[in-house]
Ligand binder design. Structure first.
Ligand code: GLP
Length: 248
C-alpha cells in the first residue's frame, strides 16, 4: 500500500500548514501501527510525488517526526520508524492521550480558567515581555474518577482565541489553532503536598508527589506552554525507555 493510501486525504486532517498536516497524518499512522516499528519510509522525493506535495514539505514533516523521536534518520540508509514508540514516555503527549492509551476515562475539574497579565516568572519561562497577556488553566485531573494530578498551565494569549477555547484538552485546543507544541523541556522533582493541594487530591498533607514542569515550544522556538503538573506519588509511574548512545 502506498503512503498516500495509508494516510488518506490531508485536507481532512487537522488545520494548519501542509507540512504540519502531513506530520500529524504520519504521526497518526505510526501510532496506529499502520507504519510498522523499524520499517523504512520511502525516499523523500517518492513521498512527495506520491502525496502530491513538495519535497520541502516532506522534509519539514519528517524533521518534526524526528524531533519527536517517532522516526530516525540513518545516514545513507534513509528514514525509519522508531522502534516501539508506543511505550516511550519521551513522547510529547497530553494527559488525555496518556490516559486514553491506558483505556482510562478522563475528566477535569476547573480550579481556574482566566486571562491575565503575565507574572515575572511566566514572562521568563515563556519568553514574553512584561505586560503580555496569558491564559491560565488550573485543573484537577482525574482518570476513571480518581484524582491523579493538579495541573497549572499558562499559555501566551495569542495562541488561543480565548480561555474558553480549552474544554477537555489543552493540546486539542492548541492543535485546533495549529499551535500544539512540537518540542518540550521537562523537569521532574519530588514534592510533598501542602494542606490545600492534598485536600484537592483527596490525600493527606505531607504525602509525596511528583512535580513535572513542562515548557512546550512551537517549530519556530517560541514557548507556547508552561505547565506544572503535581502528580500523586501513589498513582503515577514515570517510565523511560533508555537506549545506548550509538543508536542515534
Ligand atoms: C500533560 C503535560 C502538560 C500538558 C497536558 C495537556 O499533563 N504534562 O504539560 O499541558 O498534558 O493535556 P490535555 O491536552 O489533556 O489538557
Amino acid at each position: 500500500m502506498s503512503l498516500s493510501q495509508l494516510i488518506g486525504d490531508l485536507g481532512e486532517q487537522s488545520r494548519g500548514p501542509l507540512y504540519q498536516r502531513l506530520h500529524h497524518a504520519l504521526r497518526q499512522a505510526i501510532k496506529e501501527n499502520k507504519l510498522a516499528s523499524d520499517s523504512a519510509l520511502p525516499p523523500e522525493r517518492d513521498i512527495a510525488t506520491d502525496i502530491g506535495v513538495s519535497r520541502i514539505t516532506v522534509r519539514k514533516a519528517l524533521d518534526a517526526l524526528a524531533e519527536e523521536g517517532l522516526v530516525r534518520r540513518r545516514h545513507g540508509a534513509g528514514t525509519f520508524v522508531a522502534a516501539r514508540v508506543e511505550k516511550s514516555f519521551s513522547m510529547l503527549t497530553s494527559f488525555t492521550e496518556d490516559m486514553a492509551a491506558r483505556g482510562r476515562s478522563v475528566r477535569s475539574d476547573w480550579l481556574r480558567r482566566a486571562a491575565g497579565a503575565v507574572t515575572p516568572e511566566e514572562a521568563m519561562v515563556l519568553g514574553l515581555s512584561p505586560g503580555s497577556a496569558v491564559l491560565r488553566f488550573h485543573r484537577i485531573r482525574y482518570a476513571d474518577d480518581v484524582p491523579m494530578a493538579l495541573e497549572y498551565s499558562s499559555v501566551p494569549a495569542q495562541y488561543l482565541p480565548s480561555e474558553t477555547a480549552v474544554d477537555d484538552s489543552l493540546y486539542r485546543a492548541l492543535e485546533a489553532t495549529g499551535s500544539r507544541p512540537v518540542r518540550a523541556l521537562q523537569r521532574l522533582r519530588a514534592v510533598s503536598f501542602n494542606e490545600e493541594q492534598a485536600e484537592l487530591l483527596g490525600i493527606e498533607a505531607g504525602e509525596p508527589g511528583l512535580l513535572i514542569e513542562r515548557r512546550g515550544f512551537l517549530e519556530d522556538g517560541q514557548a507556547v506552554e508552561y505547565t506544572r503538573s503535581y502528580y500523586r506519588g501513589d498513582s503515577y509511574d514515570f517510565v523511560a525507555e533508555l537506549q545506548i548512545g550509538a543508536a542515534r
